[in-house]
Write a new protein. Structure first.
Length: 302
């Protein structure tokens, strides 16, 4: 129930401050595509899905607990090459979601929280070698997994209480800082193109704090109100979109986390505003998210 999440996560205060409790674990479905691999390099991956899925789902990513509630996510891994020394390169798609609530009760509808693609993953995988969670060391396989699961958990926490995902984003940053300079995909650059360091750097930057606070309002005071107070929910989401416009104008028009937000949410935004009387919302969306302008134009004309 949403009320339980509010109380246990400390998202509201009733009379006095409540002890913070939140979501502890992840339920991740892992799939792979090995069409580009042949022979032994492909055969050695027979246990890979179970190994990675069990590693993610059996690791407790937080010391908190929320009555068995788990964050849903999916990881699709496309192998691009492999060598006889157990070395692989791959692309990864990661998606996560959380329920939309009606009052205090989760509905059957989910909202996508994160949709992200990483095209630059190189690692070693040895069949039958145990995968052990260890935050003190860097590993090209497991540190990559740890980084992204911490991002997933942080996004989920942020949707129930503003800025509550910070500890998990800090863990992701710590992983970046442990990565050797020679490790693929961990470079500390902020060139406007996606990379792991720049992405989490934005999440932790004070410049983007209004965006992260807005993400909370989008979900908790927006989507979760649409069933019971639709006018209020849509208004709160519209105010968040206006705030994004200000952030793009004053901070960074090419923000990675804003771009990821719209890549994740553009269809949802077009859908929830399809019958909104103020059609100028679609002009706003096209302005702040030109990459998906076609979708917004189609919705505006319905």
């Amino acid at each position: 129930m949403r009320l339980s999440i509010i109380i246990l996560a400390g998202a509201i205060v009733i009379g006095c401050a409540l002890q913070q409790q939140s979501i502890a674990q992840v339920d991740c479905q892992v799939t792979i595509n090995t069409d580009n691999l042949q022979g032994t390099t492909k055969d050695l991956l027979q246990n890979f899905v179970n190994d990675i899925q069990n590693y993610i789902n059996n690791t407790k990513w937080s010391s908190d607990d929320l009555q068995g509630y788990k964050i849903k996510c999916a990881m699709q891994i496309f192998f691009t090459s492999g060598t006889g020394d157990n070395s692989y390169t791959a692309q990864m798609f990661l998606g996560s979601s959380r329920p939309i609530y009606r009052g205090d009760t989760p509905t059957e509808k989910n909202t996508a929280m994160l949709r992200i693609v990483d095209n630059n993953w190189k690692f070693n995988y040895i069949r039958y070698q145990p995968l052990t969670h260890d935050e003190t060391r860097f590993d090209d396989l497991l540190s990559f997994i740890d980084y992204y699961i911490n991002i997933v958990v942080g996004y989920d926490y942020d949707s129930y209480k503003a800025m509550d995902g910070t500890p998990y984003f800090q863990r992701a940053m710590a992983i970046c800082n442990k990565a050797p300079n020679s490790s693929t995909g961990w470079g500390k650059t902020s060139s406007g193109t996606y990379n792991r360091y720049a992405f989490v750097e934005e999440l932790l930057s004070p410049k983007y704090q209004p965006f992260r606070q807005g993400v909370f309002n989008y979900h908790f005071n927006g989507l979760d109100l649409l069933a019971t107070e639709p006018d209020k929910g849509l208004k709160n989401i519209y105010e968040f979109l206006k705030n994004i416009q200000d952030i793009e104008n004053m901070v960074n028009a090419n923000s990675l986390i804003i771009r990821t937000f719209f890549d994740t949410k553009y269809k949802e935004l077009a859908d929830i505003y399809t019958h909104y009387p103020d059609r100028s919302v679609f002009s706003l969306l096209s302005s702040i998210d030109p990459a998906h302008q076609t979708t917004y134009t189609q919705a505006a004309n319905q």
